[in-house]
Structure formats: C-alpha cells, structure tokens
Write a protein that binds this ligand. Structure first.
Ligand code: ZN
Ligand code: ZN
Length: 497
C-alpha cells in the first residue's frame, strides 16, 4: 500500500508545530503520515484495510446496540445502510478511530519500504531556497534546470525559486511554462519567479497576472532594481492585488558606477571602484515607502548592510508586511577576508565590513531577517576569469548553505536549530504561500532533510553537482553534512562516502 519511508531516532525539528525532540517520522505516498515517539515495525501486524473494515463494523454494531428494539427491527427490515443513519455512524466511527491507538503504546506498522536511521541527526522539513539562478533558458553553459535541481537536492533543498534574469528573461506565461515543463522531472520542486518588467528593461510591466495564473509564486527584477519609482510602485500595487511577494534586489544603478567590491580601504588599495552601502540602502528606503503605500509584501533580497537591518527592523515595528533574507557569504565573510584579485570573492552585493556583518548576524538572531537564501549564481570558469572588474558577479551557494549556517550560526549558539529550520524552510514557505511545505505535520508534503550537524568536512568545489564551481569557500573546514534529502516521499539525494 504505497511507498513508505520510516526515519528513526532523529532529532525532529518542526517549525510548524514547534516540536523539537527525538522521535520517528513516517512518510507514506508522498505525505507525512505520522510523527511519533516510537514507530515500531511488526511484520505480523494485519494490513490496514482489513483493520478499518473490522472497526467500522464494530462501530456500527455498537451504535445499533443503543437503538430501541423497534428501531432495530426497522433497520433489520431496511437492510444494513439506512441513509438517515449514515451521519451518526460516521461520527461514531471517527470517535472510535481516534481512541484506537493506545496513547501509551508504540505506533506500529507492518513494514516500510525504506528505513533510515537518523540517530544524531537533525530531521527538518525540506529546505526552501527563495533565491537561485538556474541560468535556463539561454545560459545553460553555467547551469541548467536539472543540474541546478541536483545541486539543490545535494544541499538539502527540496524547493527552489529560480530568478527570471535568464536569456530570454522570464516575463510571460509561455516562458514560465518552459521552466515548469523542463522542471517536471527534476529531483526537487522548481518554482519560477516572474520578471517585474518586460525584458527587465524597466520600461513597462510584464504580464504579471498571466504569469501568476501559470504558477509564479513571486515577482522579481533580480540582477537590478526597477529604477523608475513610479513603475516600481505600479508593480507593487499589482503584487498586492495578486497577493504575491515582490522579491527586491536593491541597487541604485546610478550610484554603482562600475563598483565591483565593497567600497573601503581594501578597494582603494587595490585601485578598483567600490560599491558603497548607499547603493543598496537608498533603494531599500524607497521601496519600503512604496510598499507601505501599496500594501504589497516586500521581501528584501540578499541584505548586506547595517542599514538594511535598521530599516527592516523599523518597518516591522511599524507593522509593515516586509521580510528580508541574508546569504551565507554575507554572514560568513567580510571585505578583509578577500584575497586581493580573487574573483571568487566578487558578488553583488559585495561582502562588506565587520559592522555590516555584525548587524546581519544580530538581525538573524532577532528574527528581523527571517530567511537565509543562497543567491546561488553559477558561472563558467571563463566568466570568472580576468580582473576583478572584468569577472562576473556571483558565487554558487546551494551546496554550502547548510554547512556555513551550522558552522557560523548554529554551532556557536547564535541561532537555535529551530531558527535554522524556520529561516531555511517554514518562513520561505509562508512568504511564498506554499501551504503544504515547510512543515512536518501529518498530511503535509513528504519533503524532508536529514543533516548530521556534527560531521566535519572540507569544502571541495570539484564534488559539486552544480556546473558552477565558483566559490570562495573551497578548502574551508566546516561542519554540518546533508545525509539525505527526501522530496515528495522519495529519496532524491543521499550522502555516499
Ligand atoms: Zn540580486
Ligand atoms: Zn540573485
């Protein structure tokens, strides 16, 4: 009866029910079936359909016993299923079923197709990355939907949101369909965000309502900002009407003037143009005001400045519907960590000062930032070749997010494992309105990640499933290993030694 996976002895961390404790988790037919202190296998146990049939009969006969002799006679004459009786019977059966498992006794099943021992591991709802670049269509030498989805599975993610700055830009229902169709056989759920403006040219809005009908969970102009404030305001209004979030890449195009790393003494010493905090902060300030005016859910992408923390905190205190994400590289690195000239440290926004990093970490701890997202940005070796000014922006992130989050935030006690599960699963699910994900409650989708938080390893880009090997974290010793990723009730990744 359907495919079952029994995950035993793990530390189940479910941000939806706030449960954090050792227990067993049963997955069946693609949904969470049960989470119990102990789920025991008894091969001699009778199979379920017989069981429930017997129970129903017992309930009916019990119910019949309450009837008067006259009623009994009438029912006997009419036969078993009198229509008027049905509701009462069902109610009785429900009550009986609820009482059936002895609350003191173990939950028993006849068997499982797969049993995973998760002792010593976190068992969390499958991780959700709200911000990845899959480069498909048009840039598949960097990544494609399948390679990106395999990288996601290896990183513990079961749902990813692809940004629309592909070639061509995803700005119409047809192009959303292209991704959805191609992602059909991917190992994880791939969602596509729609572009805010046609061709991301910033001139006129794309068919946002049409794309919503074809499944986009959000809109974004990622890669740039919608610089025309009036157009941005109109887009926010549409997002509010359609009840989808606006994923905001905050970067004032007029203030960047060729900057490629953080603007500070290091950029000065290297003689390369820098990107000041104001490049990000002025758009954050503007868009918070526009979101307030329109009532849209504004979600700030890849926050990197101390100003983003201050402004987001204030907007939340003012009761606004805003949220923000921080990427692992921004809470792990500062500008001083950069190896001069090494283009693997070039990303947008850049890694900044210790003051900025401290504010991001504080904001994560205080839940001002409720999402950790990767901004996974794969590139070819050639794209990252040349000088800091020549090389493309961005680093890969799907396969290092879990270990960096555990090493930098959970192991040092800055975040609880529950907060990690919230920021990497349940909060993105809530923001994107994915009602059946980000939870381990019975009936939800069987998307699960099993992580050994103590296991240490050295990051080796050569082992990445992603086509992109562009990371500054190669050779870094970290802790936290994804052991299994289960998506839709199937194991889509497992760690092999
Ligand atoms: Zn961006
Ligand atoms: Zn991005």
């Amino acid at each position: 009866m359907g495919y079952t996976i029994l995950i035993k002895n793990g530390r189940v961390i479910d941000p939806d029910t706030k449960f954090d404790g050792i227990c067993d988790l049963l997955l069946k037919d693609g949904v969470i079936e049960a989470c119990e202190k102990e789920i025991r296998i008894d091969p001699d146990m009778k199979v379920e359909p017989e069981d429930s049939a017997v129970d129903e009969k017992a309930a009916v006969s019990e119910n019949t016993a309450d009837l008067t002799a006259a009623d009994k006679a009438a029912e006997a004459a009419e036969g078993a299923g009198a229509a008027g009786q049905k509701t009462a019977d069902t109610e009785t059966t429900d009550t009986k079923t609820a009482e059936k498992p002895d609350p003191e006794g173990p939950y028993t099943i006849p068997g499982a197709d797969r049993i995973i021992d998760a002792a010593g591991c976190y068992v969390m709802p499958g991780l959700i990355d709200m911000h990845v670049h899959l480069r498909d269509p048009g840039l598949t030498q960097k990544e494609d939907i399948n390679s990106g989805a395999r990288a996601a599975a290896a990183g513990g993610f079961t749902t990813i949101v692809a940004m629309p700055n592909t070639k061509p830009v995803i700005d119409s229902p047809d192009r959303v369909d292209y991704v959805t169709n191609k992602a059909h056989n991917a190992p994880v759920h791939v969602l596509q965000a729609g572009a805010v403006t046609k061709g991301q040219k910033g001139k006129e809005l794309s068919d946002i309502a049409g794309m919503k009908e074809h499944g986009i969970p959000a809109i974004s102009e990622d890669g740039k900002s919608v610089m025309n404030a009036q157009l941005c305001k109109e887009a926010l209004k549409v997002a509010a009407e359609l009840n989808i979030p606006f994923l905001d890449h905050c970067e004032d195009a007029n203030l960047v003037h060729g900057g490629c790393v953080n603007e500070d003494t290091f950029s000065e010493k290297e003689g390369v143009p820098g990107i000041g905090n104001e490049v990000e902060d002025v758009i954050i300030a503007r868009d918070i005001m526009l979101a307030d005016k329109t009532g849209a859910h504004l979600h700030l992408c890849h926050c990197s400045t101390w100003g983003s923390y201050e402004m987001l905190k204030k907007a939340k205190n003012d009761g606004m519907d805003v949220s923000g994400e921080v990427c692992p590289h921004h809470f792990t690195l500062v500008s001083a960590d950069r190896i001069p000239g090494d283009t693997n440290y070039k990303m947008n926004p850049p890694v900044r000062s210790e003051k900025d990093r401290a504010a991001l970490i504080k904001g994560l701890q205080e839940d001002v930032f409720e999402v950790i997202a990767t901004d996974h940005a794969p590139h070819t070796r050639l794209d990252k070749a040349g000088t800091l000014q020549e090389a493309a922006f961005g680093i890969v992130g799907l396969e290092t997010a879990v270990s960096l989050t555990i090493s930098e935030l959970v192991a040092p006690g800055i975040l609880t494992p529950m907060q990690m599960a919230e920021k990497m699963s349940s909060n993105p699910a809530r923001i994107l309105h994915l009602e059946n994900r980000g939870s381990l409650a019975p009936g939800k989708e069987a998307d699960v990640v099993i992580i050994d938080p103590a296991a240490e390893y050295v990051i080796d880009p050569k082992t990445f499933a992603s086509k992109g090997k562009n990371t500054p974290f190669g050779g870094r010793k970290v802790q936290g290993v994804v052991m299994y990723t289960v998506c839709g009730g199937q194991v889509v990744y497992e760690k092999r030694d």
